[in-house]
Design a protein around this ligand. Structure first.
Ligand code: SF4
Length: 190
């Protein structure tokens, strides 16, 4: 009988596998009890892709329907790339949303300052946009030393992000290149 891991767990929960293996003297009762008692039993299941590197391993993501919070993430056994496995980095991906120490507010340290101040996004976003525009305008090179068109700025660089998906990564790169940035890197590669 051909069966994937998810199918096995489901079947184990019904006791059918336990009965089948019982004839071999192997008890799967603990497996069935564990599967029935999983906290993710009533959760919403969604498939996704690991955001950390270009391998693109498939994920199963369980969320609490009441709160929308992520309960558990593990490798998708039906995904052709990873067949249920995850590397150590991917195995900790749950922390990208649920890590209690994750910074969710803007922290600003003034030039030569020695402490962080909490700021609002309404304060931060226009300031970031202004600085990008001013820096780009002051440093923009339409041509290089040989007179060849380059349309670039070498006064800014971008690092990021290993916590965004492929589509977001494409949008980020497109925005940066439209500004003329040439120093682009993702910390997933570093
Ligand atoms: S970081 Fe690991 S789990 Fe994530 S896509 Fe890359 S190899 Fe797969």
């Amino acid at each position: 009988m051909k069966m994937n891991r998810r199918g096995f767990i489901k079947l184990a929960a019904t006791g059918a596998v336990a009965t089948a293996f019982g004839g071999l003297g192997i008890s799967l009762a603990p497996v069935a009890v564990h599967a029935e008692g999983l906290a993710i039993d009533k959760a919403t299941l969604t498939t996704s892709v690991c955001c950390y590197c270009a391998v693109g391993c498939g994920l199963l993501v369980w969320t609490d329907p009441a709160t929308g919070r992520t309960i558990n993430i593990e490798g998708n056994p039906d995904h052709p790339t990873n067949e249920g496995t995850l590397c150590p980095k991917g195995s900790s991906i749950w922390q990208t949303t649920e890590q209690s120490q994750r910074i969710t507010k803007v922290l600003y340290r003034a030039p030569r300052g020695d402490k962080w101040e909490e700021k609002s996004w309404d304060w931060a976003l226009p300031r970031i946009a202004r600085k990008i525009k001013d820096t780009r305008d002051a440093s923009f090179e339409a041509v290089n030393d040989k007179g060849q068109p380059v349309n670039r700025t070498r006064a800014m660089a971008s690092v990021g992000s290993a916590a965004i998906d492929n589509e977001e990564g494409w949008l980020l790169q497109a925005m940066h290149r439209s500004l003329g940035l040439v120093y682009l890197e993702s910390h997933a590669r570093i």
